[in-house]
Design a protein. Structure first.
Length: 143
């Protein structure tokens, strides 16, 4: 199950991403926003991050104008490794190296075609399970 959320800046792109997830046969839960009216990105990024952190969803996708606000917000939630990606190389690397569990996209930064390729890369790339990457990830939330 994929948790998806956005603010007004990401509303249109979220519609496209949900359509794409449906075409891929992916189950998702839409945490809003549900209209293009101006709103506050933490109100949607936090519930998505909590759904991933508590295990009710496997991965999250968050979209705002830049992707920055939603990624900063999501990364405040323990257990969340949100990656703001504007290219497929980063999306692949963050799955392989960081085991990122939330993808953040900037709808005013990347076009829809690239965003959907980034989503595919993020969803289709497994974590490497390499010892060095596991060690580094384990240090993220330690002191
Ligand atoms: C909204 O105008 C914009 O600030 C928001 O979508 C996002 O880019 C914040 O980081």
């Amino acid at each position: 199950m994929i948790a998806i959320g956005c603010d007004h800046g990401g509303f249109e792109m979220k519609q496209a991403v949900m359509k794409h997830l449906e075409a891929r046969g992916e189950e998702y839960r839409d945490f809003g926003t549900f209209s293009p009216a101006s709103c506050d990105y933490p109100d949607f990024a936090k519930p998505v991050a909590h759904a991933v952190a508590d295990g009710s969803c496997d991965r999250g996708i968050l979209i705002c104008g830049t992707g920055i606000g939603v990624s900063i917000t999501a990364n405040k939630v323990p257990g969340i490794r949100a990656a703001l990606c504007g290219d497929c190389f980063s999306a692949e690397a963050t799955r392989l190296h960081n085991d990122a569990n939330v993808l953040a996209l900037g709808a005013r930064v990347v076009g829809e075609g690239l965003a959907l390729k980034i989503v595919d890369t993020f969803l289709d790339t497994p974590f490497s399970n390499d010892e060095r990457h596991m060690r580094r990830i384990s240090k993220i939330e330690g002191d």
